[in-house]
Design a protein. Structure first.
Length: 336
């Protein structure tokens, strides 16, 4: 069980806690890469998201959706948020080769790439993040293809300590080292998300709204008590602003209106309960603030494209498939 998975309920006044609890984020397949001289390797699309951290040296990272490769240096942490291929390289003049052979040759936990007699040009630690259910879209869809936490960023003094410990655990390879490394990687993910939320240059989204004095209060109110019969008026009163100010500011920062956000979050909570609990549909409807099962079912089908009963059946089938897939990944040689 991961650190994030210990959150027992997605009802929390901290929206980031709530979303991470709902997605049941896990870190997996932590491994290291040491590159010498000039090299360029391509990694396959991850099932969830990928993180990498540069322990020494530098390289570039490139993936679809970026205008050009992004340079990363020692101390930088970056997360690739889309299920798409990406390339790490130290020179654009080098032909790009696949990453898998380098990891398979060493058993999957580490890899060497580049001329063996050349000096080390980059040393990285990386791994995968996986998320349960459709709620992962609440997290990943808010992010650009690449999110970087630079070593020099304000408040970035903590990640180097995490990286040192992760690298130490991977090098020692003692009992429990993989679990420790993967849990620490989840802490890194939270640090990256915090940095993104504080970055005023980022696009609209609930993460961006967390640092706003008005919208942050509104989001915490919604997540802390989603079943309450909120209106724009009562949310504005909680944030101590007018209704028009709240509506305009919420739409500008989050991208949708406050009541639409409330409705979507309620239905995400319902979707989670449908596939993780045996509660009746009527009970779930009441828990998330709907006055009747019929109104809930109508909203659920309109937003998610299936009735609550059909969603529960399909979600349980997917959950069984996810367990099988995770067990299969655990038995395969680990790749970054």
């Amino acid at each position: 069980m991961s650190l994030i998975q210990t959150i027992k309920s997605p009802i929390s006044s901290d929206p980031l806690d709530a979303v991470l609890g709902l997605t049941r984020a896990r870190a997996e397949t932590v491994a290291t890469l040491r590159g010498r001289g000039d090299w360029a390797i391509r990694f396959p699309a991850p099932a969830g998201a990928k993180f990498n951290a540069v322990l020494a040296g530098s390289c570039t990272v490139d993936t679809a959706g970026l205008p050009e490769p992004v340079a990363v240096r020692a101390g930088d942490v970056f997360v690739l948020t889309r299920p798409q291929e990406f390339v790490l390289a130290t020179s654009p003049a080098v032909a790009v080769g696949p990453a898998s052979p380098h990891f398979l040759a060493s058993g999957g936990r580490s890899a060497e790439v580049g001329p063996a007699d050349a000096p080390v040009s980059a040393h990285l630690i990386g791994g995968s993040f996986t998320f349960d259910g459709r709620a992962r879209r609440l997290l990943l869809d808010q992010l650009p293809p690449l999110v970087v936490l630079p070593a020099h960023a304000e408040g970035a003094s903590f990640p180097p300590l995490l990286l040192t410990r992760i690298e130490h655990e991977m090098r020692r390879n003692t009992p429990g080292s993989t679990v420790v490394a993967e849990h620490l990687a989840l802490v890194l993910l939270v640090e990256v998300l915090r940095h993104h939320a504080l970055d005023a240059s980022q696009a609209a989204g609930w993460l961006r709204g967390l640092d706003d004095q008005v919208i942050g209060v509104t989001l915490r109110a919604i997540h802390g008590d989603p079943a309450r019969p909120w209106t724009v008026k009562t949310l504005a009163e909680a944030a101590h602003v007018s209704r028009s100010t709240l509506a305009a500011r919420f739409k500008r920062l989050v991208g949708i209106g406050p009541l639409e956000y409330l409705m979507r979050w309620r239905l995400e909570l319902a979707a989670h309960e449908l596939v993780t609990t045996g509660a009746t549909i009527a009970t779930i409807a009441t828990r998330i603030g709907y006055g009747s099962e019929a109104a809930f079912s109508l909203a659920f089908k309109r937003e998610l494209g299936a009735t609550p009963g059909a969603f529960r059946r399909s979600g349980q089938d997917r959950a069984r498939g996810d367990v099988t897939a995770r067990a299969s990944r655990r038995s395969m040689p680990k790749n970054r």
